[in-house]
Design a protein around this ligand. Structure first.
Ligand code: ADP
Ligand code: MG
Length: 504
């Protein structure tokens, strides 16, 4: 009897053990299956984001062709190719004290720059940052500009009477980051407000004129000498330090580019009275589009859910505003297709919860166990206990999205160089490489994405070399500028000053 019990017990233990083993095997099989599903999602994204040199060259050509079309007629391309009427880029010979007002969003900056006429020297500059009171964002143009003019007056009157500023009329450059139709270098009509502003009576008015009237009301003798966007300020700053600077790129939250074009190539402005041989063109390249861009379902969804669907297609693939959200969408898809991330928190479906600096931190995590990736997944997306292998997969996703962005930006830059015959190929009309003598070519570049995300920068440089080839690439220099929208704009006030007759 006793033996029988023992046998029964033994059999049951064996059965449980067998069951457990089978369950363990089943669990492992299922895990492996889930892992494979997640890997498949990543592999598909990787293929769809492929930016071979051949494909990048097609993007280069498309950019150059679209630039041409945008210069030929108004509305001829998704690239607006706006005329800035900036003919005189600063060249280092400017002298005196100049001001800039950078009106970017809900704050503004005022700057003072001292120049002594010696190439490349900026003696010193001062900056003040001010917040615009909320009620002024929806007030009248008079109230708004009176507030700005008062701040400027206070700032200008703090100036010491240095020898450089005596006996010169004070002049100011205005960086205005809202859509305007520029009429001359110092006038432009506000098309519409963005970024929460709604000063209704301003729309359709000349922005510098409104500021100028407010300055007069405040009794401040300060002339608005230039109205520009931040990219043009970057080009001005680059050119001030290095006369071989032909283009400027800004890659931060948003992205844009401008460059120096021959006036006779700007077909849509023929008849415009100018004796200058060149003009800065603001491309608004964020709106570039080409069927050669490697677009994924994640881009399509992001675009469809954005407040400006079908606009800014290039920007949505390359700028800091969007990269984090593309990564979030891919991770969300992985977690829906497989259970490798366990329970999905509601955080995941919140657009823009994962920022681009966060994906940079995950991508550049060099700790042995990817602790930074772990921290961001846990703290931001509320996904705890993600295994190392899965963390590595997340890191890979960040790399895929960033690499595509950086390589497309590189192709865009070379598209500009191609348009102006600085890519070693003879421009878009063709020509044999051997006939060309490549000139030193500098592109000014700034913006938080480029400056702070090392791997983005490295991918961009790598692609530049791959597309151009080493022989040509060694003549193309990307130079980081700092504060083009402030200092660069003050320099434009100097180069367009009534005190100054230097020309490019
Ligand atoms: P803005 O473009 O808003 O005028 P910036 O040129 O300073 O200002 O760029 C800020 C943007 O740069 C941020 O919105 C972010 O997308 C990106 N950025 C800033 N820091 C980093 C970082 N460490 N890694 C990646 N991207 C960054
Ligand atoms: Mg900026």
């Amino acid at each position: 009897m006793e033996r029988k019990v023992v046998v029964v017990v033994a059999v049951s233990v064996a059965a449980v053990a067998c069951g457990m083993a089978a369950a363990a095997v089943g669990w492992r099989v299922r895990k492996r299956r889930e892992w494979k599903k997640a890997v498949r999602v990543v592999r598909e994204v990787e293929e769809e984001c492929e930016t071979s040199v051949e494909r990048l060259r097609q993007v280069v050509d498309a950019m150059a062709v679209e630039m041409h079309a945008g210069l030929a007629s108004e509305g001829g391309s998704k690239l607006k190719m706006l005329l800035t009427h900036v003919h005189n880029l600063p060249n280092g010979s400017e002298r005196g004290t100049y001001y800039a007002l950078d009106l970017e969003g809900t704050y503004f900056r005022v700057l003072r720059v001292h120049l002594n006429g010696q190439q490349s020297a900026i003696l010193e500059h001062e900056v003040e940052l001010q917040t615009i009171p909320q009620h002024l964002l929806t007030s009248t143009s008079k109230d708004f500009f009176d507030f700005i003019a008062s701040s400027l007056k206070e700032f200008v009157e703090k100036e010491d009477d240095s020898e450089l500023s005596v006996a010169r009329r004070k002049e100011l450059g205005l960086t205005f980051s809202f859509p305007i139709k520029q009429i001359s270098v110092c006038s432009g009509i506000l098309i519409t407000w963005t970024k929460g502003f709604s000063i209704v009576d301003m729309v359709g008015k000349d922005v510098p004129a409104c500021l100028q009237e407010a300055l007069v009301r405040k009794g401040l003798d300060l002339r608005v000498a230039a109205l520009v966007n931040d990219t043009v300020g970057t080009l001005a700053l680059g050119h001030y330090h290095d006369a071989d600077t032909v283009a400027a790129i800004v890659i931060g939250t948003s992205t844009n580019a401008c460059y120096l074009e021959r006036t006779d190539a700007i077909i849509k402005c023929q008849g415009l009275l100018t004796t200058s041989r060149s003009m800065v063109v603001n491309m608004e390249w964020g709106n570039f589009w080409s069927s050669h861009l490697p677009r994924t379902s994640y881009d399509i969804d992001l675009n469809a859910e954005s407040p400006n669907p079908n606009d800014q297609g290039f920007e949505k693939m390359i700028s800091g505003m969007y990269l984090g959200d593309i990564v979030r969408r891919i991770i969300l898809k992985m977690s829906l297709e497989s259970d490798i991330l366990g329970h999905i928190s509601s955080k995941f479906s919140m657009p823009f919860i994962l920022s681009t600096p966060m994906i940079a931190a995950m991508h550049e995590d060099d700790s042995p166990n990817l602790r930074e990736v772990e921290r961001i997944l846990k703290d931001i997306l509320e996904i705890p206990d993600v295994p190392l292998k899965v963390r590595k997969l997340m890191m890979k996703v960040c790399g895929i999205v960033t690499r595509r962005a950086a390589r497309l930006a590189a192709a865009g830059i070379i598209g500009i160089l191609k348009k102006i015959g600085r890519d070693g190929s003879g421009g878009i009309t063709g020509g044999r490489r051997s006939d060309m003598k490549m000139r030193r070519t500098v592109v000014a570049i700034e913006g938080g994405l480029y400056s702070n995300y090392t791997l983005f920068r490295e991918y961009l440089h790598e692609a530049l070399h791959e597309i151009l080839g080493e022989d040509i690439a060694k003549h193309v220099i990307l130079k980081v500028t700092e504060d083009g929208s402030g200092i660069g704009t003050a320099l434009l006030a100097a180069s367009h000053s009534s005190n100054n007759v230097d020309r490019i």
